[in-house]
Design a protein around this ligand. Structure first.
Ligand code: ADP
Ligand code: MG
Length: 400
């Protein structure tokens, strides 16, 4: 992959495909981690005298403008973090984009409106995507791919556009790929993986791949209950993906054959219902054994004994990858399991990587210092697909 240094950017219009897809709560950014991760590359390009055009998607608008998903607040925050003025185009390839880009002087930065306000961005139709990529290409002279969180998408700005312009990888993508190599080709052992989050079905591919590579797999979060059920335990009203039970049983068997240690919760924090995440009103949590969750109770976090067990399993690892919260961390009654795993990563001498949008947000929302981890990935789906061994369109497009 070429880097920015290979491109020659001074005085040129540089299209930076960043991932500025941050969580918004009625227009307010609740976690600016992805914007901060994008700053070094954008700042460096501006320093080098490029005319920087920053583009990203935000949320899932339906291919047409939708003010709820405007990047305007993101452009504002980017300007604060960069310490530079940032212009904003109120469309992506229309009159506003053209005039905003046309007005850029060397070293200035503009943000375009949400790429997904155009149906061409995510279209499955090559011609429709290509036509949109042509319009984007007309705005710029060169392309820098730095939106790691989107590289697993075959989208116009990620996949089709780099084919139309001289291109290079930005600093964030270079860093992310370097870290992922250390989790695949160059892994130091023991290699422990912590998987959580809501659904087993999201993580099947990665479990499959890791069974050949990891020494230990620790499972928490909503997906743990399908594992407990697959082992024949009562899980009450906990999240269950019944159709995944055969797959999960297969994994448990393969893990045993291959000597991969599978660690499941021994106790869980449960409640009669899902907590209210908007009011965060106190609920009535109870700690119960993981192999006998009373009917009517829903497991919402790993319990204190599990937290200790998981910390012990991470203490002597040399490499740890963590994806997916251990519980419904958005509510304070069910955040302790996630907090304990984050702390165990910090305390472990291992090279630690946190991947996954919600996991990374959890680390920050729970007040941990990001610097205390080896690496916090900006891409959930992208890092999982990389670990599954898939070819990622946005990386492949930067290769040649
Ligand atoms: P990531 O984005 O890090 O990959 P996921 O999107 O897979 O993580 O999962 C995050 C979500 O999983 C969180 O919103 C969290 O509330 C939810 N979750 C965790 N544990 C449970 C549980 N026991 N029951 C239901 N949902 C859960
Ligand atoms: Mg998520």
């Amino acid at each position: 992959m070429k880097t920015i240094d290979d491109l020659g950017v001074a005085g040129r219009r540089v299209f930076v495909r960043a991932d500025l897809n941050v969580p918004l709560d009625s227009g307010t950014i609740t976690d600016d981690g992805r914007i901060r991760a994008a700053v070094p590359t954008i700042g460096r390009l501006a320093e080098a005298g490029a005319r920087v055009i920053v583009a990203s998607h935000l949320g899932r608008p339906k291919g047409a403008p939708d003010p709820r998903f405007s990047l305007a607040p993101v452009a504002g925050r980017l300007g604060e973090l960069l310490g530079r003025e940032v212009a904003f185009a109120t469309d992506t390839v229309g009159e506003s984009a053209k005039s905003t880009v046309g007005a850029l002087a060397d070293g200035q930065v503009a943000v375009l409106e949400n790429l997904r306000f155009n149906a061409g961005e995510t279209s499955k139709d090559d011609a429709e995507r290509g036509a949109f990529a042509d319009s984007l290409a007309a705005l710029a002279d060169v392309y820098v791919g730095d939106g790691f969180g989107a590289v697993h998408r075959r989208h116009a700005s990620v996949y089709d556009l780099p084919a139309r312009l001289p291109h290079a990888a930005g600093g964030l993508i270079a860093t992310e790929v370097g870290v992922l190599r250390k989790l695949t080709d160059d892994v130091e052992r023991p290699y422990a993986v912590v998987l959580g989050g809501a659904k087993v079905s999201d993580k099947l591919g990665v479990i499959d791949h890791l069974l050949e590579r990891a020494d230990r797999i620790l499972v928490g979060g909503g997906m743990a209950y399908t594992f407990l059920k697959a082992q024949g335990h009562e899980i009450g009203a906990s999240l269950l993906q019944e159709d995944q039970i055969p797959a999960v049983q297969g994994y448990l068997k393969r893990a045993e054959e291959r000597g991969v240690e599978f660690v499941l919760p021994v106790d869980v924090v449960a409640a009669a219902g899902f907590p209210d995440l908007s009011t965060k009103a106190p609920s009535e949590p109870v700690t119960v054994a993981a192999d006998a969750i009373p009917s009517g109770l829903m497991g919402l976090d790993i319990g204190p004994r599990s937290q200790e067990l998981y910390a012990a399993k991470l203490a002597d690892a040399a490499t740890v990858f963590w994806n997916g919260p251990m519980g419904v961390f958005e509510h304070p009654d069910y955040a302790e399991g996630t907090r304990a795993v984050a702390q165990a990563l910090i305390d472990s001498p291992a090279f630690t990587v946190v991947g996954g949008g919600d996991s990374a947000a959890a680390v920050r929302i729970l007040g941990f210092d990001e610097e205390a981890f080896g690496h916090i990935s900006t891409g959930g789906g992208a890092s999982l697909e990389y670990l599954e061994g898939k070819t990622l369109p946005g990386l492949a497009a930067l290769e040649d």
